[in-house]
Design a protein around this ligand. Structure first.
Ligand SMILES: O=C[C@H](O)[C@H](O)[C@H](O)COP(=O)(O)O
Length: 246
């Protein structure tokens, strides 16, 4: 079990250092010949950079990667990581991704950066989904600190907004540059404040039952590993079991 230690706000500037530590620790788990998934966000990028450095130093060979967003793909290509395009030809050995909130059962809220749908596709195709976070992301219950992003088609999007409200959320359409934010798929994000979610699995099921609701940021049972860095050092849990960290 991972226990919440500190609220996100109290981490301040040190969060950046912890993100780096978590991301780089995860990159050490990549082995030559692997197909890897590259996550999205300010924590996963540290893993991507370290993987690129290991490739260029000759420490890793035969790596091919798939990105969880256009932004990650651009970054990885710039770093010289060999990339797959839009297909996942076989099971992904290992994916390293960030999260916005992690509960004690290693369930997650993701999608603060809008990449939730591709991230979930890649996570579901991965043998290992390694989540890298600073300690401020730990939460006793999903929804305590973070909004739940819900990706919806533009067609009929207000009906999805009403559905979310009927489930108890305060809903705000995400805005970018004074317009509705668009995901990599051209869809809309409805940021939904549920507060602490008593039954994330039940809520996920209700959301998935609705046409037009393309994805949501609840990642239930998808993380095989969580690597968390904080004042107490780096911890690594693999399927709930504490692992040694170098
Ligand atoms: O859509 C974005 C992703 O789910 C990110 O992995 C998540 O928001 C965490 O991002 P960061 O590491 O920048 O806090």
């Amino acid at each position: 079990m991972i226990e919440s230690k500190k609220p996100m706000a109290s981490l301040g500037d040190t969060a950046h250092r912890f993100k780096q530590q978590a991301g780089e620790q995860a990159a050490s788990l990549v082995q030559s010949g692997m197909v890897i998934g590259l996550g999205t966000g300010s924590t996963a990028i540290f893993a991507t950079r370290r993987v690129a450095a290991r490739i260029h130093s000759g420490d890793l060979s035969g790596i091919v990667a798939i990105a969880t967003s256009r932004a990650s793909e651009t970054a990885a290509r710039c770093l010289g990581i060999p990339m797959l395009t839009d297909d996942i030809p076989r099971e992904i050995d290992l994916t390293i991704d960030g999260a916005d909130e992690v509960d004690p059962a290693m369930n997650l809220i993701k999608g603060g950066g809008g990449a939730l749908l591709r991230e979930k596709i890649v996570a579901q195709a991965s043998r290992r989904e390694i989540i890298v976070v600073d300690a401020g992301k730990l939460s006793p219950r999903l929804g305590t600190h973070w909004l739940l992003p819900v990706e919806v088609l533009e067609f009929g999007w207000r009906s999805q907004l009403r559905l979310l409200e009927s489930l108890g959320a305060i809903v705000t359409p995400r805005i970018a540059d004074d317009n509705l934010y668009r995901t990599d798929q051209g869809n809309i994000i409805l940021d939904s404040r549920f507060g602490p979610i008593p039954d994330p699995t039940g809520l996920a099921g209700k959301l998935e039952a609705h046409a037009g609701l393309v994805g949501h940021g609840l990642f239930i049972g998808l993380a095989s590993d969580v690597i968390v860095a904080g004042e107490a050092g780096i911890r690594h849990l693999h399927r709930g079991v504490e692992q040694a960290v170098d």
